[in-house]
Write a protein that binds this ligand. Structure first.
Ligand SMILES: [Ca+2]
Length: 547
């Protein structure tokens, strides 16, 4: 069963090889996202940078006019020609299909005679400007691949701006200014695309090339020259696309320059011919556009070779484990490394920069020093962390000690005993945490590594208290009286901090003598108990030892 499958795979690989040979080898065609191949371990995929083919993008746009009622024909109007004010046979009427000029006619199939075109109302409100914005929206990032060509049915406008948006119409930047007199209209020096160099490619110019009046009646088009700009890098006949692709790859500004989500044609002043505006015949002045050409391709960040139009929306068919309308992020569980766009380089197949499954990352980065065998992927940080660290460890790699534990300097990181309990005395220390050498932070009066002892002048009572004695608590033993809470004034027969010791103990012969008689006053066990209640359990060991 396996053998025929391999043959099929091999056959398709051969087809792929043959297919790619049709294209020039000097620059990539980027039409394949992956192909089958073989390694010593068996069949495998090879991934390549890929992009959809360039296409006529006007099929996928939505057009908006501003003002919305600027299209002619409601009410019906008759227009005169610019050249001859007495030739008035151009009728516009939205109610009659043959006489209507809706915006769609800018994008229908051309080649018919007569042409079909959109037309505006005439300049009835002169001298108020006749301004129209025509917005073309794709709701998708598009990379332009050819000149934008606008064909006017009437005279070309005397002032116009072509603008682009890269953020779905939120902000706009000019692409090019067009005027019969650039200085007068936009206070810009007139230039042509020929004045642009590699270094000034991103400069926005004003051109007078496309605004000459009716003398050039056959000049009907207004262009935005994409190919001339490409040629600055790729040579006059675009024979060196590798150079262009290399530039596009490395210069984000350049790439963005040719990328749009929307275009806006701002018609600011219609053609008026060589003369002054004839106020008695304003129906000579209007805009009419028969065709708009926009060629480009879906921007898929070199992660897709096709783009589908579904439910009036363009979407890249993402490969390389990417997703999103522009393949702009890695698919869930494929974020083993940060997303990046594919690259045209090296020519001819580029680099796919595919998104890897995070299990690959797990293998590489799930290092928990034997304190855990489980990792989890944190999308926000694009990193892998150990889960459920044991042996009182914590941290991304279980390389730190839990709070309340400190690092055992003599143990390796993967030792079960790498973290030691701080064991801070809960009464004597501020927190249960200690420093790197096991020392706890003590409260006032307490001391010792674990804060389990008292400084001189302090007495242990669930922590170190500055008072030595207290009459209410009757700390002073055997009838002693507490003086200013700092010392016990003992009756003559007793001594010690709390008068707990019969004085006879210090005398020669001890308390065995008949004159001492102190032992009968309190049984030693009772003394011990009271002592314990004062000194706390910390001294228990020493006391037991004394006993
Ligand atoms: Ca048309």
């Amino acid at each position: 069963m396996r053998f025929p499958l391999l043959l099929t795979l091999q056959a398709s690989w051969l087809t792929v090889c043959q297919a790619t040979q049709h294209y020039p080898t000097t620059w990539g065609h980027y039409d394949l996202c992956k192909s089958h191949g073989y390694t010593d371990e068996g069949p495998t995929w090879y991934y390549m940078a890929c992009q959809p083919e360039a296409a006529d993008m006007t099929k996928y746009l939505k057009v908006f006019l501003d003002p919305p009622n600027i299209t002619c024909g409601d009410p019906p109007e008759t227009y005169c020609t610019l050249e001859n004010p007495y030739m008035c046979n151009n009728e516009c009427d939205t109610a009659t299909e043959e006489l209507a000029h809706p915006p769609e006619l800018m994008f229908d199939f051309e080649g018919r005679n007569p042409t079909t075109f959109w037309q505006s109302t005439s300049w009835k409100k002169y001298p108020k400007p006749l301004a129209v914005n025509i917005t073309l929206s794709w709701n998708k990032t598009i990379e332009l691949t050819d000149d934008i060509v606008i064909t006017f049915e009437s005279g070309r406008p005397e002032q116009m701006v072509l603008e682009k948006s890269l953020d779905y119409g939120r902000s706009w930047q000019p692409y090019q200014f067009y005027a019969t007199d650039c200085l007068d209209a936009f206070t810009m020096e007139p230039k042509t695309v020929k004045d642009i160099t590699q270094h000034t490619l991103l400069d926005i110019i004003c051109t007078e090339e496309y605004s000459r009046g009716y003398v050039w009646k056959n000049d009907k088009t207004v262009r935005f020259e994409i190919k001339d700009r490409f040629a600055l890098f790729a040579g006059p006949k675009l024979h060196n696309m590798a150079s262009l692709y290399g530039q596009l790859d490395t210069t984000k500004n350049l790439r963005d320059f040719f990328t749009i989500t929307d275009l806006r044609i701002r018609l600011l002043r219609p053609a008026t011919g060589a003369t002054m505006v004839d106020e008695n015949n304003l129906s000579r002045y209007f805009y009419a556009i028969s065709d708009i050409k926009v060629h480009g391709r879906c921007k898929c960040n070199l992660h897709a070779n096709s783009c589908i139009y579904d439910k009036e929306r363009l979407t890249c068919e993402c490969e390389h484990n990417t997703t999103g309308p522009d393949c702009g992020r890695c698919k869930r569980n494929y974020q083993a490394r940060a997303w990046s766009a594919g690259s045209y380089l090296p020519i001819p197949k580029g680099t796919s920069n595919i998104c890897d499954h995070i299990s690959l990352l797990f293998l590489q980065d799930c290092e928990c020093f034997s304190h855990s065998n489980r990792c989890s992927y944190l999308e926000v940080l694009n990193t892998v962390i150990c889960v459920s660290c044991k042996h009182n460890t914590r941290g991304q790699h279980c390389q730190l000690c839990k709070l309340g534990y400190y690092r055992n300097a003599s143990a390796e990181l993967d030792d079960e005993n790498v973290c030691i309990d701080c064991n801070c005395n809960p009464f004597g220390s501020d927190t249960d945490r200690c420093n790197g050498t096991g020392y706890c932070k003590c409260k006032e009066g307490a001391t010792g590594a674990k804060c389990h002892e008292c400084l001189p002048g302090y007495l242990w009572d669930n922590g170190c208290k500055s008072r030595v004695c207290d009459n209410e608590l009757l700390r002073c033993q055997n009838g002693g009286v507490c003086v200013n809470n700092i010392r016990c004034q003992c009756p003559p027969a007793f001594t010690g901090l709390l008068c707990e010791k019969p004085r006879c103990e210090n005398e020669p012969g001890g308390c065995g003598g008949s004159d001492s008689g102190q032992a009968s006053l309190r049984p030693p066990g009772l003394i011990l108990l009271s002592l314990l209640s004062v000194l706390g359990p910390v001294f228990l060991v020493e006391i037991c030892w004394i006993l």
